[in-house]
Design a protein around this ligand. Structure first.
Ligand code: KG4
Ligand code: ZN
Length: 345
């Protein structure tokens, strides 16, 4: 798969708590990207409240799509297809984006392209911001590559030998990496969302203060994070029982260092074993500074990591993945449903 035709894709993403729309040209050059976050609303509940999320998507979807078109100085007639996240995610949230995309596709007579949210995360490494337009676009990720997907609901290693091709080598047996950050933050009394809270607390902590367990898995490319979370819980309970202060910053730093090192060691070993030329990191946890530094400091492999803005949920990544699907002839029927549990491969 080497030659791709020119196309402009408008994409919608509404799988969780961000309502997003974006337009991308030829799979890489971002013309606009709008994200309406509901984070402040859900922070009150300490996590995403599904019914509140879907109703918020209903309120935001039309203004967000309008803004994406106007930022790009385009109308619907100027795009070649409408891409939309079909899953995985919260059913009630996905439905809002999918129905909006169907309406736009029907109204404007454009093809509809349903996209897997996890595939979208992977394609965030293909997204280039408009400033790149003046110069040449930076080189795209090269196959074969080893993709580490670390989001709120998923942690898996996939070997990609070409576009849209995934061989799953392993995955988490229990908590996803992001979920471990979120649950551990809650144990430590840190606010939602847990990943950024742990990162912030860890800045003032000693990563060597605690030795948390690194889980051994029967299959070499699987992960397990529930043991670390339980170890943190035990340390917290012990201190509460002894009525002594919980060293939140040291615990956050030690937890983060353990998770990052586990991800790094396995990903590098898998990349060597399967002959990957490059590594790619995707999903919300790829926004983590310690994780980015650890991967960028190793010199064995080129590492593709999205810009911060495209690590967490956005529509630019859906537009990019949608482009590669569209130019290879993929089309969705108008009666497709959402797929809340859709795996990547
Ligand atoms: O990809 P994403 O935005 O949504 C899903 O598709 O799941 O990922 C959200 C996850 C949450 O668990 C959040 O705590 C985590 O990504 N996250 C982080 C950071 N920013 C977001 N984890 C660690 N460090 C961060 N800076
Ligand atoms: Zn996501």
């Amino acid at each position: 798969m080497t030659n791709f035709s020119a196309a402009r894709i408008l994409a919608i993403e509404s799988s969780c708590d961000e309502t997003a729309a974006a337009i991308i040209e030829n799979g890489r050059l971002l013309l606009s990207s709008v994200v309406a976050s509901q984070m402040d609303i859900h922070a009150r509940y300490g996590g995403v409240f599904p019914e509140v999320a879907s109703r918020q998507h209903v309120l935001s979807i039309t203004p967000v799509v309008r803004q994406a078109l106007s930022q790009a100085h385009l109308s619907l007639a100027d795009v070649d297809a409408i891409a939309v996240t079909r899953g995985p995610g919260l059913a009630g949230s996905l439905v809002v984006g999918l129905n909006a995309a169907k309406g736009l596709a029907l109204g404007a007579g454009k093809p509809l392209v349903g996209v897997n949210h996890l595939e979208g995360h992977i394609y965030s490494s293909w997204v280039c911001e408009p400033s790149a337009q003046e110069q040449e676009l930076p080189p795209a990720p090269q196959f074969p590559l080893l993709a580490l997907l670390v989001s709120g609901g998923h942690t898996e290693l996939n070997l990609m030998t070409d576009h849209l091709t995934y061989r799953r080598l392993g995955a988490t047996l229990d908590d996803a990496a992001g979920e471990a950050f979120d649950k551990t933050a809650r144990l430590l009394g840190l606010p939602y969302p847990g990943g950024p809270s742990i990162q912030k607390a860890a800045e003032n902590g000693n990563p060597k203060a605690f030795r948390f367990p690194r889980a051994r898995t029967e299959q070499p490319w699987d992960f397990s994070f529930s043991g670390i979370k339980t170890a943190v819980l035990r340390e917290v309970r012990q201190r509460q029982a002894d009525a002594v202060t919980v060293p939140v910053e040291d615990m956050a730093a030690s937890f983060q260092a353990t998770v990052v090192d586990t991800l790094l060691v396995k990903t590098l070993a898998a990349a060597r074993e399967f002959g990957a030329h490059e590594i790619l990191i995707a999903g919300g946890v790829s926004a983590n500074k310690a994780l980015r530094e650890a991967f960028l400091n190793q010199t064995e492999f080129k590492v593709n990591i999205p810009k911060f803005a495209y690590c967490t949920d956005n529509a630019a990544m859906i537009a990019s993945a949608g482009y590669y699907r569209f130019v290879t002839g993929f089309r969705s029927e108008m009666d497709i449903d959402v797929q809340p549990n859709w795996p990547l491969s």
